[in-house]
Design a protein around this ligand. Structure first.
Ligand code: ADP
Ligand code: MG
Length: 374
């Protein structure tokens, strides 16, 4: 307001002091509606428009559409009320390229305080803005990188703590398992002697007690075997083997019941593998399937192959694995069973991967799929 009235009072003709005062600035004058009535040379140079092209045009010709509408509403509110506006504007040149200016807009009034013109004096700050934008981008990138690094460090340290704890537990458990194995083998041998014929000679109360003892010994043996298998990281010894023979042998370690039917494939594939270990994998998967069936149901094992891989599927008619557990079942010590160790699938995965293969699972029907290179 003060500047505006000062200019008015001085009654200055802009063209007279243009060279002197505005040599370093970009200057334009519009009428009260924003139509350009004057531009200096610098204005033409930066906007890439000629003086003829600009005179008579509305100042909007430079609008970049990069500011929200509110920006210009506020600008017009300020100057049309006779106040000076200053700020930074992003404009568009004739060739479409943007440029930033630091601007001051002064309203000029006549004696009745009616606005007759607006004078705008601006400086080009495009370079500064570019540097500022680059700095902001760099800062954003740094913040992002920092976040990624932080979360990586967090997850790595969590992994370390977990694996260290697992290693300690593993060593301890395998030592205990090792010590228990010998007396357990004796108990297991005697428990196996309790055939149905012998048990039938006992009265029903005693029979139940002996059966429970036998089952507990079998359970203990399975747990100890799991732990020992887990701790054992012997190298695999591959030799040409018949997959069907491996499957047949694996059934010997499966504790099934009469209501469960296990269907083995009729076709066979010959592959190079550590047959003892693959046998262990198969009996693990079959035992899991049996346990999922609850005395009744069917288990189908199928084999298919192409020139490079053999695919073994173990499918059971059980109720499946809850969706939220699907990711966890291959983690050490994840079990949903009362006497489970949660080591079976970890052992399977490790053996399959040692063979250069993969193991996966899906529901409906519950199917474990093993892919092994031939
Ligand atoms: N065929 C299956 N059907 C349903 N759940 C299964 C099956 N196989 C594995 N699981 C789930 O995966 C878990 C982990 O299996 P595993 O590693 O063999 O350990 P464990 O048998 O000692 O529990 C099981 O406790 C069970 O919840
Ligand atoms: Mg198991």
């Amino acid at each position: 307001m003060r500047t505006a009235s000062l200019l008015k009072k001085l009654n200055l003709d802009i063209s007279e002091f243009e060279e002197l005062l505005f040599d370093h600035s970009i200057v334009s004058v519009t009428d009260e509606t924003g139509d350009i009535v004057y531009v200096n040379k610098k204005f033409c140079r930066i906007s890439k428009y000629s003086e003829e092209e600009l005179i008579g045009q509305n100042h909007k010709i430079l609008k970049s559409d990069e500011h929200p509408p509110k920006f210009f509403t506020e600008l017009w509110d300020t100057i049309s009320n006779g106040n000076v506006w200053d700020g930074e504007i992003k404009n568009r040149k004739k060739d479409g390229i943007f440029y930033w200016v630091k601007t001051i807009i002064i309203p000029i009034m006549d004696s009745e305080k009616n606005i007759t013109n607006y004078v705008s004096v601006t400086t080009n700050i495009t370079k500064e803005k570019e540097i500022q934008e680059r700095l902001i981008k760099m800062e954003e990138q740094l913040i992002k990188q920092n976040k990624t690094l932080l979360s990586e460090v967090e997850s790595k340290s969590a992994e370390l703590v977990k694996s260290e704890r697992l290693a300690t537990i593993g060593t301890m458990a395998s030592r205990i398992a090792h010590d228990l194995k010998q007396p357990l083998t004796i108990m297991y041998t005697y428990a196996e002697m309790l055939t149905p014929e012998i048990l039938s000679k006992l009265d029903s109360k005693d029979k139940e007690k002996w059966l429970r003892l036998q089952n507990s010994i079998f359970d203990m043996n399975r747990i100890i075997e799991d732990v020992l298998d887990f701790a054992r990281t012997t190298e695999i010894k591959k030799k040409k083997s018949s997959l069907l023979s491996i499957l047949r042998l694996s059934i010997n370690h499966v504790k099934s019941s009469y209501g469960i039917e296990i269907n083995l494939p009729e076709n066979d594939v010959s592959l190079r593998c550590d047959s003892r270990k693959i046998e262990g994998v198969m009996s693990n998967l079959l035992n899991n399937a049996v346990q999922a069936l609850d005395e009744q149901g069917e288990i189908d094992v199928t084999i298919s192959s192409d020139s490079k891989f053999v695919t073994i599927c173990v499918r059971d008619s059980g109720s499946g694995i809850p969706e939220e557990n699907l990711e966890k079942i291959f983690e050490p010590m994840f079990t949903t069973k009362k006497t489970g160790t949660g080591l079976g699938l970890v052992i399977c995965k490790s053996i399959v991967e040692q063979h250069g293969g993969s193991i996966s699972v899906r529901n409906k029907p519950t199917t474990f799929t093993i892919k092994l290179p031939l």
